[in-house]
Design a protein around this ligand. Structure first.
Ligand code: CAA
Ligand code: FAD
Length: 380
């Protein structure tokens, strides 16, 4: 087993690190405070190939593997988890879902613009009454011959106010349960498509989270992804890869907080010595380092499973549930190591602690990951 990264992987990691330092770090505190979407930064990320990392070059993407993607996600998330969730949704839910399951016309129509960052995508599964219980879709997409008539509400949609393309999950045949669900491509501006107010959030405040309301939206039949009734499987298969992205986001948040805490502990003095010389602080750093290393290995395992064509439903759930717990544990300790300074904005760790929490909630809560894991290991 080779744990070393290739030259190409190291270059991608370095490029993402440099971009995060030069383009994301300045202004990250202000964007968080003002809930300001990183529009300019996302454009630049598109130009550098970070918005369609795994999309094939024939559709305008970077044609890279999942390992490259998780390395870049970690680096971007160390500095700005709001930018990284935009990147994650666009790459692993929207672009990947379209490239894997869309038809040629759909891929040619949307992927080049999504991969270049010219437009952004959103993935719309959650509803007011169907979050974890995702098969209970209330949004309907009635079959009207040449089009679907869509009615309902989606909520918590990342990129909801900024996206142009929306992959929407909706129920066509309620009597068939989850086998009657479809995945449809919607575009901003379709008559009857309305964007609700922006959510005021605890963390990832620079990202753009909205409800979407659909009233008699006519969606052409050619916008359906896959076979009739494939929508729920589409969502589940796509989310398995998405969870690797969110695990990497959690890892980046944790490693960013750890690096800040380590640096601070070597500078701050108390009782006549740098605080890292107090064993209580040194042991916190040891625990943080160990947990981060373990999370990184689990994420690499899931990414390699995906790249090798192996099943990654289990490894992605394991990586996400563990990395998101590490993000919470490590960021709380990073604030502790900073003492009072950790509680104010300038030192970044309070933001990382707030950003960490969402990684245990979206793309399947930790409880849902444990359902996926336990079903898988008990089935085996
Ligand atoms: N791949 C393919 N099919 C899958 C699958 C997978 N990974 N997981 C489940 N399925 C299939 C099952 O095989 C089943 O189909 P069949 O009946 O034909 O066998 C069907 O899906 C339903 O599965 P279950 O019977 O297991 O359904 P359930 O209701 O008991 O549980 C669940 C399903 C795993 C809990 C699922 O509802 C789930 O993942 N919930 C969480 C939803 C979620 O992750 N939302 C994230 C929204 S996106 C987001 O959050 C983005 C963001 O923040 C940035
Ligand atoms: P619920 O499902 O109501 O869960 C409430 C609690 O009950 C949780 O702790 C949950 O784990 C627990 N629970 C539920 N069922 C079980 C069970 N069977 N066993 C044990 N415990 C259980 N969704 C999208 O579709 N697209 C997006 O882009 C998107 N972005 C998001 C961005 C943000 C900032 C947020 C907050 C959410 C986003 N979501 C998005 C929605 C997110 O995926 C859901 O919030 C999440 O899946 C949980 O659903 P819920 O909020 O309805 O909680």
């Amino acid at each position: 087993m080779d744990f070393k990264l290739s030259e190409e992987h190291l270059m991608i990691q370095q490029a993402a690190r440099d971009f995060a330092q030069t383009e994301l770090l300045p202004g990250v505190i202000e964007r968080d405070e003002k809930q300001q979407f990183p529009a300019e930064q996302i454009k630049k990320m598109g130009e550098l190939g970070f918005m369609g990392m795994m999309v094939s070059p024939e559709y305008g993407g970077s044609g890279l593997d999942t390992v490259s993607y998780v390395l870049a996600m970690e680096e971007i998330s160390k500095i700005d988890a709001s930018a990284s969730v935009v990147m994650s949704v666009n790459n692993s839910l929207v672009c990947w879902g379209l490239e894997k399951f869309g038809n040629e016309e759909q891929k040619l129509k949307y992927l080049p613009r999504l991969a270049s960052g010219e437009i952004i995508g959103a993935f719309c599964l959650s509803e007011p009454e169907a979050g974890s219980d995702a098969t209970s879709q209330r949004t309907t997409a009635l079959d009207k011959g040449d089009h679907y008539l869509v009615n309902g509400t989606k909520n918590w949609i990342t990129n909801g106010g900024t996206a142009d393309v929306f992959l929407v999950i909706a129920q066509t045949y309620p009597e068939k349960g989850h086998h009657g669900i479809n995945a449809l491509i919607m575009e901003k501006g379709m008559p009857g498509f309305e964007v609700g107010p922006k959510e005021n959030k605890l963390g990832i405040r620079g990202s753009d989270t909205h409800s979407l309301m659909f009233t008699d939206v006519k969606v052409p039949k050619e916008n359906r992804i896959g076979e009739d009734g494939f929508g729920f499987k589409f969502a589940m298969k796509t989310l398995s890869g998405g969870r690797i992205g969110i695990a990497s986001q959690a890892l980046g948040i944790a490693s960013g907080a750890y690096e800040l805490a380590k640096k601070y502990s070597k500078e701050r003095k108390a009782f006549g010595t740098e605080i890292c010389n107090h064993q209580a602080i040194a042991f916190k750093l040891a625990d943080m380092y160990t947990e981060i290393e373990a999370a990184r290995l689990l994420i690499m395992k899931a990414a390699r499973d995906k790249d090798n064509g192996d099943n990654y439903d289990l490894s992605s759930a394991v990586a996400k549930v563990y990395a998101s717990k590490v993000a919470m544990d490590v960021t709380v300790e990073a604030v502790q190591i900073h003492g009072g300074y950790g509680f104010v904005k300038e030192y970044h760790v309070e933001r990382l602690m707030r950003d960490a929490k969402i990684t245990q909630i979206y793309e399947g809560t930790s409880e849902i990951q444990k359902i996926v894991i336990s079903r898988s290991i008990l089935r085996d």
